[in-house]
Design a protein around this ligand. Sequence first.
Ligand SMILES: [Zn+2]
Length: 291
Amino acid sequence: MPELPEVEVTRRRIGPLLVGRRIERVLTTRPSYFFLTPPARLRAGLAGREVRDLARRGKYLVAELDDAARLVLHLGMTGQLFSARATSPRLISAGARSALHPEEQLRFEPDAHTHLRLVFADGGPEVFFRDVRKFGKVLLLRRGQSHPRIDRLGIDALELSGEALFAASRGRRAAVKALLLDQAVATGVGNIYADEALFRARIRPTRRAGSLARRDCDALAEAVRAVLLRSIETGGSSIRDYVAPDGADGAFQDERRVYARGGEACLVCGGRIRRVLVAQRGTHYCPRCQR
Ligand SMILES: [Zn+2]
């Protein structure tokens, strides 16, 4: 599932392809749960509008339009937001790819999973929202219209402080990993980044949140920010279906130290990485390095 870094990478890459451009028309698939705003209303509301800004709120992308309406996008599990210049062969099925001429192999053609397609007045590259499993969301908010999905989020994980984490952990019997995944504490930490941050801070994920000292919280908040920033720098993590909007795959997965490395050797001490369940999520840690 795309997490905060992937969404931020998407924002940085797709922003220049949206901001300052006027949408001429919008092509969609049929009405479905993917569209929180019905496709007919989306088409009518977006045609002729210019995109002024593309922001991120947690894992939501919010495009502000010239009539002060907001187009809200969530990538869900398998959503891909990219331009017609996408170059990843992973966007095209293997069968279709082999039938193409070599120089055509990297071009994307909209398919049945391409639920939203923005065509611009300048005739330049179109922008696609493709989602195989359709857990993504598209929502158009009128000027001044609020929505709990984006207007009631906790502190953005990139701005998490030790002070905030310490305050949120007081009296909590839950595991510290569960605290990190609590969206009311911080928005967008996500499973991979929680495990990696706990490893960096040398804190065991199963430890009771209330037992953390203030300095543990400082170290952990710093580790969360560092892991997320590093992932943004390397283009996000491309485990499973995530593909960056320009088709480039993320490299952060190569830097994982514990996540999905259960049974493998710890890169610091050589001990065996353990995998347990915390808050129903696969959780990876080194029993020697993390206390
Ligand atoms: Zn270790």
